[in-house]
Design a protein around this ligand. Sequence first.
Ligand SMILES: [Zn+2]
Length: 46
Amino acid sequence: MDNNYKCNNPKCITTTEKYIHQKFTKIKNKEDMYRCIYCDHEQRIK
Ligand SMILES: [Zn+2]
């Protein structure tokens, strides 16, 4: 997973700490759904 995506959770640390690279993990059994490794927010990424 590359990090061209931004977590859309406003409370996520990556939205306030710009130097932190975005990281997501794929959610199994959910198509196009990924989870931010920092806040566990799930969002759809295409
Ligand atoms: Zn996040």
